[in-house]
Each structure stands twice: as C-alpha cells, then as structure tokens.
Write a protein that binds this ligand. Structure first.
Ligand SMILES: Nc1ncnc2c1ncn2[C@@H]1O[C@H](COP(=O)(O)OP(=O)(O)OP(=O)(O)O)[C@@H](O)[C@H]1O
Ligand SMILES: [Cu+]
Length: 404
C-alpha cells in the first residue's frame, strides 16, 4: 500500500515538474524532485520503530528479572485486565510442610506414618514430598522392616492410593474419600475444620475404608505477594486466584492477600477452562503459575507468566518467566509493557511525521509559494534524522525504572 502510493506520488511529481517547469531546466528539476520524494519516503524509521523499542524493553525486563521470551507477550501485557494467580508456589512459597499429624482411630503415629509415607514416596506431588519429608524427619521406627506399597495409583487433583500389608490406603483431599465412600465421624470433621480455619491444607488418610489420620499441611504466603497484588489492583487490574486446594483454605489465603474472587478445587484438567471462562467475560487474562498442571492454562491465557523456580513445563508454556520467583515481576512486566508500547507509539509518530511532512515538500508543493525545494541530499539527511530520533527515543527506555 505504502510503496505504490509513494511511487505514484513520485511519478506525479516528475510529470508535473516536467510539464510546468521552464523548458531549459525541466528535466533536471523533474528528476531531482522525483528522487527527493523517493528518498524522503524511505520508511526505515518506520521499520525501526517497533523492534528497537522491543529490544530495549526486553533487555530492561531481563535486568529486573523478567525474562520475555516473545515480543508478543510484551506487546500484550499492557492490555491485561485480569491477572489469574495459581495459589501454590505462586502466591505461596510452594514449600508445604506438615504441621499436624492426627491419628483418628487409635492407631499410633509410629504405625501410621511409615505406611502413609510409603504411599507418598511414589507420588511426585509437592504435598506428597512434604509427607515423606515429615516421616523421614520423625525417623521411621528403627529396626523395623521397611514398609512397601504396591499397586500405587495417583488420583489427579485428589490424592494417591496404594496397597500396604494387604490394605488399601487412600491419602488425599475430601473428594477422594467421598468418591470411595469413606465416611467421616463428626469428631474428625471438627478436627479438620480446626486445621482449615488456620489456612492449612488437610489431607485425609483412610486405611481399609476407614479414616485413620488427618494431616495438616501449611504453606506460607510469600512476603511480597500482598504488596504486588495491591499494586495490580491499584492499577485497576482484577486479581483472581485459582487452586486445586479446598474451598476453605483457598478462602483463607485469598483473604490474606486481599483477593476477592477465587476458584477452588479446580481439577488440573479444568484450569485452562477457567482461563477461557474469564476470556469469555471479555477479559484479557494474564495467568501466573508454576506447576506442570498450570501449563495448559499458561498457554491458553493471553499472556502466560511462569515462576522461575517452578517446573520447566510451565516455563516452556509461558511467554514470560519471572526469575525472582515473586509476584513483583508481574507488576514490572505490565508496567514495562506500558512504557514500551508508549515508546512504540511515539516512534511511529516520529517516523510517520517525517514522511508525511517530507513528501509534499520534496515534491515541491511549497515551491510556488516559498521557493522551497528539498534537495535529495537534504532529503537523505531528514530521513536519517527520523531514524536517529526513533532510535534515541527507544534508548530512552533504558532509563526505565518501575514507577508503581
Ligand atoms: N499425592 C498427593 N497426596 C495427598 N494429597 C494429594 C496428592 N495429590 C493431590 N492431592 C490433593 O488434591 C488437591 C489438589 O491437588 P492439585 O495438584 O490439583 O493442586 P494443589 O497442589 O493443591 O494446588 P494448586 O492448584 O494451587 O497448585 C491437593 O490440595 C490435595 O489435597
Ligand atoms: Cu530511510
């Protein structure tokens, strides 16, 4: 579009000068102005406008621990209206630790713990690791035979199960037990409610179809989470939380960090669906997560941000990786995107104004009134100047400091 129009203007310039200029000088004048139009119209500044700003912006991001893998993420971040945060490992540290171990039917801890740990040793879930770590720290009864679990089964988003000493052991959330028709006594319910009220995750262990223990697991909220979430909200961005954890624990954590809307008990397979739901409400969604099961949601979101300490799968699915592993990076990414996009708009203006003002002058439009003509040399200088101003403007981004 641009090129044919410029060529047409150049040809028109030639023809008009040829027709209207004095006989003697009409060929050189027509030729010189023809060339001047072509030179001033050279869109090199236009071509530099976006990539230079993106380059400087990306470098600036890296300096602040925000690794931008694709330019598209940087361009889109300014349009984000909703930030969807995974709970575990994103808002919280993702270092769960067992704080309570409550046998519920008379079995001793020494009897239960090695059996439950044997099941969890075969699971890769962070909560399973917490149970194993706890069991190891308690020192499984010395001299006793190591317990082995067979027929291990992982229940996605619910827990795990295996057979130990010929008995089926189930370990996971409430849903896992309900699905296996294990009923809870009212005392057990109360003990669980007590743990839940402390923002702990409760794991229910059933042996042979009966509840045998409750395990309380705590994961602390990162110190920086609250401030980052408040900064986003102050910017008019809605912050939503999503987790596979239970309703009560989710509500507690959300409350601690000032989040009003959250989705709890979301199965791993449904996480991407939640992103779609928000997008269907007309929101531009940035998803922040760390786990393997966050990857589809990260890919579905308009921008995916992965925690640097998280899984490789998450980082691969995300356009941006936060090296400092805290939510500050989300604020920086969005703020940086705004600055970069503003720079790009200014650049396009600079590039465009040179061309649009330059072309008519080069064509000799002002000649009849002022006697002004743009020699090809000046045209070349003007063109170079537009590129220089675009570059200088992009380099201004190097002084970027986060404002929020
Ligand atoms: N190996 C396991 N052992 C015990 N409980 C488990 C196990 N795997 C899953 N669960 C239970 O299922 C729930 C959901 O697990 P899921 O992996 O979907 O999310 P999450 O780890 O709780 O957190 P988030 O979604 O915030 O990253 C856990 O909160 C836990 O109660
Ligand atoms: Cu040029």
């Amino acid at each position: 579009m641009f090129v044919p129009v410029v060529i047409m203007i150049a040809i028109a310039t030639f023809v008009l000068w040829f027709d209207f200029a004095p006989e003697a000088s009409r060929v050189p004048l027509a030729l010189v102005n023809f060339v001047a139009v072509l030179i001033i119209a050279c869109p090199c500044a236009l071509g530099l406008a976006t990539p230079t700003a993106i380059m400087v912006g990306t470098g600036k991001g890296a300096e602040h621990g925000v690794l931008i893998r694709n330019a598209e993420a940087l361009e889109k971040a300014e349009k984000v209206t909703t930030v969807l945060l995974d709970k575990t490992g994103t808002i919280t540290r993702g270092e769960p630790a067992v704080t309570d171990f409550l046998p519920t039917n008379g079995d001793s801890v020494a009897h239960l713990l090695p059996r439950l740990a044997a099941v969890e040793r075969q699971s890769e879930h962070p909560l399973a690791e917490a149970v194993v770590r706890y069991a190891d720290a308690q020192g499984a009864t010395p001299g006793s035979m190591p317990v082995t679990a067979t027929a291990f089964q992982a229940y996605e988003g619910r827990g795990a199960g295996a057979t130990v000493d010929g008995q089926v052991i189930l370990l996971g959330n409430r849903r896992l037990l309900s699905e296996h028709n294990v009923v809870l006594s009212s005392e057990t319910e109360q003990a669980a409610a007590q743990l839940l009220s402390q923002a702990k995750t409760v794991l229910y262990a059933a042996i042979g179809g009966h509840v045998a223990a409750l395990i309380g697991v705590a994961d602390t909220v990162r110190e920086s989470s609250l401030a980052a979430i408040q900064a986003l909200q102050a910017d008019g961005i809605e912050v939503v939380m999503m987790t596979g954890d239970n309703q009560q624990t989710a509500a507690k954590v959300a409350e601690q960090v000032g989040i009003k809307r959250f989705f709890a008990e979301v199965l791993p397979a449904d996480k991407a669906g939640k992103v779609k739901e928000l997008q269907a409400e007309g929101r531009v969604v940035a998803m922040v997560g760390d786990g393997i099961n966050d990857a589809p949601a990260l890919a579905q979101a308009d921008i995916g941000l992965a925690m640097g300490g998280g899984t490789d799968v998450a980082m691969e699915a995300a356009g941006i990786t936060l090296m400092r592993s805290d939510l500050e990076g989300v604020v920086t990414a969005i703020d940086l995107s705004r600055h970069t996009m503003r720079t790009i708009k200014q650049n396009l203006f600079f590039a465009f104004i040179y061309n649009t003002l330059g072309i008519p002058i080069a064509a000799g439009l002002l000649y009849p009134f002022t006697g002004w003509l743009l020699s090809p040399m000046l045209a070349a200088a003007a063109m170079a100047l537009s590129s220089v101003s675009v570059l200088t403007n992009s380099l201004r981004l190097r002084r970027y400091k986060r404002t929020a």
